[in-house]
Design a protein around this ligand. Structure first.
Ligand code: HEC
Length: 230
C-alpha cells in the first residue's frame, strides 16, 4: 500500500518534471510533421526537383491567362501598318466609355498631348519633350488601330501604356483620342451608341466554377466575384 502511494507520487513528479519544461511558445511535438512544415519554394529559386532546375515556369505553350488577350500585331513597321489599316475599336462609342476615356487620357496622355490633343501639353510648353504631334496631323493620319498600337508598344519618345492600362481602358482612351481628332478637324460629334460591349469575359462573368457547383450541390453560384487582372 505504502509502495503504491510512493509510486503514485513518484509518477506524478515525473510527469510534472516532463511537462514543466515545456515552453508554451514552442510548437508541441508533432505527429508526422510533414504537412505542418510545408516545403515553400522561392519564386525564382533553383531547385533540382523542377525540370530546368528553376521554380519560375513559363505558361504552357498556347495558353493565355484568363482576363488577358494576346495582341496579334507585332512591334515593327509592318505590325504598325496592319494595325493602322485593320484594327478597329471593339467598344461601343457610348457616353460612359467616352467619359472613362477622357478621365484616363487626362491622367496618362494630356501632359504631352494637351487637353485638346493639339500636342501642346504642359511638358511641351515647358520644353521637356519635343516632337509631340497634334492628333489632326495629316501626315500621320491616325486611326483607331494606330492609336491602340502606339499605346500598346509606345513609339519613339513615347512610352508604352500596356502595363498601366487594361485592354478596355486603352480602347476607351482610343475613343476619346479619336473624338479629339474629330474636334480638331472641325468634324461634327459622333453619335453615341447604346450597347455596351463587354470585351473580355471577366472572371465574374465566366462562371468558371459553375460545373463544379453543379456537382456539389446542384445550384449555380452567382457570387463568384473575383477581381479580374488584365
Ligand atoms: C511623354 C510624353 C507623351 C505622353 C505622356 C504620351 N505621348 Fe503620345 N506621343 C508622344 C510623342 C513624342 C509622339 C511622337 C512620336 C514619334 O513618332 O516620334 C507621340 C505620338 C503619339 C501618337 C501618334 C502616333 C503615330 O501614328 O504617328 C498618338 C496617337 C499618341 N501619341 C497617343 C498617345 C496616347 C493615347 C497617350 C496616352 C495613353 C500618349 N500618346 C501619351 C509623347 C507622349
Amino acid at each position: 500500500m505504502r509502495s503504491l502511494f510512493h509510486k503514485t507520487i513518484g509518477f506524478c513528479l515525473l510527469g510534472f518534471a516532463v511537462v514543466s519544461c515545456h515552453d508554451k511558445e514552442d510548437p508541441n511535438y508533432l505527429y508526422m510533421p510533414d504537412m505542418y512544415e510545408s516545403e515553400a519554394y522561392e519564386a525564382y529559386g533553383n531547385y533540382d526537383i523542377f525540370q530546368n532546375g528553376q521554380e519560375a515556369k513559363l505558361p504552357v505553350e498556347g495558353t493565355i491567362p484568363r482576363g488577358w488577350m494576346p495582341y496579334e500585331y507585332q512591334n515593327n513597321p509592318k505590325g504598325f501598318a496592319d494595325a493602322k489599316a485593320n484594327l478597329t475599336n471593339p467598344l461601343a462609342y457610348s457616353s460612359e466609355n467616352l467619359a472613362e476615356g477622357k478621365a484616363l487620357y487626362t491622367i496618362y496622355c494630356a501632359v504631352c498631348h494637351g487637353d485638346k490633343g493639339d500636342g501642346k501639353g504642359i511638358l511641351v510648353e515647358r520644353e521637356k519633350i519635343l516632337g509631340v504631334p497634334s492628333y489632326d496631323d495629316a501626315g500621320r493620319a491616325i486611326t483607331e488601330g494606330s492609336v491602340y498600337h502606339v499605346m500598346y508598344y509606345g513609339i519613339n519618345n513615347m512610352g508604352s501604356y500596356a502595363s498601366q492600362t487594361s485592354i478596355e481602358e486603352r480602347w476607351q482612351i482610343d475613343h476619346y483620342v479619336m473624338s479629339l481628332k474629330d474636334k480638331l478637324e472641325g468634324k461634327p460629334e459622333r453619335e453615341f451608341e447604346e450597347a455596351q460591349t463587354s470585351l473580355l469575359p471577366s472572371r465574374a462573368d465566366a462562371n468558371l466554377y459553375d460545373d463544379a457547383d453543379d456537382v456539389i450541390d446542384g445550384s449555380k453560384n452567382q457570387n463568384n466575384q473575383t477581381e479580374t487582372q488584365e
